[in-house]
Ligand binder design. Structure first.
Ligand code: IMP
Ligand code: MG
Length: 168
């Protein structure tokens, strides 16, 4: 374990086991539907790769990158990189690293909804419900783990762009 990590919340083995389970249900639900998995960069990349390897049906992969307007605290967001697949009439699943205050997921959800997909669902590795901002009614359809109100790093999640490569 690294020096700055106070404890291991989820081991590599726990994560790998859960991600396999998490991909099993959509593998049934989306069979024959050729879904598009939209990953929200960058935190999702490690989870995304493991998830799609465990998804047993044909699918497509795409990514978007959003961020807050630089220099503001308004929480307003912009699309830095949009999806490249045409989502109109497609079955779309958003993949996220963590559902925290919900601001970014809410923004992403409405942005993708405007592209008129046939369906739109949310799959998040982690859910931190205690942090949810008032007024966010969005819910994740698939959740890997519900976590306590603590700052977590590793398995894609960062602190100052570090620790993303930890397998736990
Ligand atoms: P939101 O607050 O739900 O909009 O989350 C925005 C983004 O902040 C997430 O997608 C993560 O990339 C990041 N984030 C939220 N909580 C944590 C955490 O505990 N550790 C690392 N990154 C986090
Ligand atoms: Mg993220």
């Amino acid at each position: 374990m690294l020096q700055n990590i106070s404890k291991i919340l989820l081991t590599e083995e726990q994560i790998q086991t859960r991600v396999k389970e998490l991909a099993a249900e959509p593998s049934k639900e989306y069979a024959g539907k050729d879904p598009v998995f939209v990953g929200v960069l960058k935190g999702v990349v490690v989870f995304y790769a493991d998830f799609v390897k465990n998804f047993t049906e044909p699918c497509q992969m795409d990514f978007m990158w959003i961020s807050s307007y630089a220099g503001t605290t308004s929480g307003e967001m912009i699309v830095r990189k949009d999806v490249s697949v045409d989502l109109k009439g497609r079955h779309v699943v958003i993949l996220e690293d963590i559902f925290d205050t919900g601001s970014s997921l809410q923004y992403t959800y409405h942005h993708l909804l405007s592209k008129e997909p046939a369906s739109l669902k949310i799959c998040t590795l982690l859910d931190k419900p205690e942090r949810r901002k008032a007024g966010i009614t969005l819910q994740a359809d698939y959740v890997g783990f519900t976590v306590p109100n603590e700052f977590v790093v590793g398995y894609g999640l960062d602190y100052n762009e570090h620790y993303r490569n930890l397998p736990y």
